[in-house]
Design a protein around this ligand. Structure first.
Ligand code: ZN
Length: 328
């Protein structure tokens, strides 16, 4: 469990720096604006150069151990998980490369300080999923241009800029590892590095970028992987559905990774259409393997337990035999 992220903690850990003044980028080509020769760029590893704009940092000059000082500056929300703070690249992470375990349990709110506020209360006009030959990784909420959009949870603004498809977009990093995205804004009222609280205004709703009609495009992401916000947020009531958010590799594979899912479904469809392999007139036949359950077979074949039971005239409680053939 990660420590709760509070503005006080940021101020303590970066006592010499105003959080709003951070420019911290992993772009290897970007040179510090002014190099006075005293401050050397922190090196994280051989492949990633980290440059800090020295004109914006007020380091303690008496301090001999600059490397240590720089390390302590890495106190951005959930930095242990991300190891980078990139204020220019919208999506710098690779979930597949960074998600090392099978699942992660994330507390969405802390009873003492970190609450949840709906970014904007309005009708949902488009949901998470495949849409018009493109993946739609967010939830669209209807609004009028100029309506106030607020931060869903406490956090620190990582991105506050104009982007071709997102339009004016704000991305906030939260202490629990989640990031939230607020797109198509007509105006941004925060800047990168700024600490924000749940419910704090971050911009005004709009129709900028790839958008047809004023709305808020809201995303929840973990290590760059978009997840369906409607699994966790009741948008009609403005409340959380659950206080914990379980992200599993299996769920990402079967639910959230829209591009991979689409490719797989297209392949399955072609396979079924071609009538090749074990396809029968009424669908495919699956041979039960070791460790299989009806649930697992249903998941593997993109169907449901009840559909399999119906097709095969069996009950859900039926014991499966190894090698048994099931219509799926
Ligand atoms: Zn959208």
């Amino acid at each position: 469990m990660l420590a709760a992220f509070t503005p006080e903690k940021v101020i303590i850990s970066t006592s010499k720096i105003k959080p709003v003044a951070f420019v911290f980028t992993l772009n290897p080509d970007e040179k510090p604006i002014k190099d006075d020769g005293k401050k050397k760029a922190a090196k994280r590893d051989d492949t990633t150069k980290t440059s800090i704009n020295p004109s914006l940092l007020v380091l303690n000059d008496e301090h001999e151990h600059e490397e240590e000082e720089v390390d302590s500056l890495l106190a951005f929300p959930s930095n242990d998980l991300y190891s980078s703070w990139d204020t220019s690249t919208i999506h710098p992470y690779s979930f597949a490369g960074s998600f090392k375990q099978d699942s992660a349990l994330i507390r969405l709110t802390e009873p003492t300080d970190c609450g949840f506020i709906l970014p904007f209360k309005g009708n949902i006009t488009s949901v998470f999923g495949w849409r018009k030959r493109r993946p739609h990784y967010g939830t669209d909420i209807d609004l009028e241009t100029g309506d106030s959009v607020v931060a869903a949870f406490d956090g620190m603004v990582r991105i506050a800029k104009l982007n071709r498809s997102y339009g004016n977009v704000v991305i906030i990093r939260h202490a629990n590892g989640l990031e939230t995205v607020y797109a198509h804004l007509s105006k941004i009222t925060v800047e990168a590095g700024q600490v924000v609280e749940a419910g704090q205004n971050i911009g005004l709703g709009g129709n900028t970028g790839h958008s047809f009609g004023s709305h808020l495009h809201f995303e929840m992401r973990y290590l760059g992987q978009a997840i369906d916000a409607e699994d966790f947020i009741d948008f009609a009531n403005g409340t959380l559905k659950k206080n914990e958010c379980m992200i599993t590799r299996a769920e990402v594979d079967t639910k959230y990774d829209l591009r991979a899912l689409h490719t797989r479904q297209k392949k399955d469809l072609n396979y079924a259409r071609s009538g090749s392999g074990k396809a029968t007139g009424k669908g495919r036949v699956y041979t039960v393997k070791k460790g299989d359950t009806l649930g697992r077979i249903a998941q593997k074949n993109h169907t449901t337990i009840s559909a399999i039971c119906k097709k095969n005239g069996i009950k859900q409680s039926k014991l499966l035999r190894l090698g048994q053939k099931l219509k799926v």
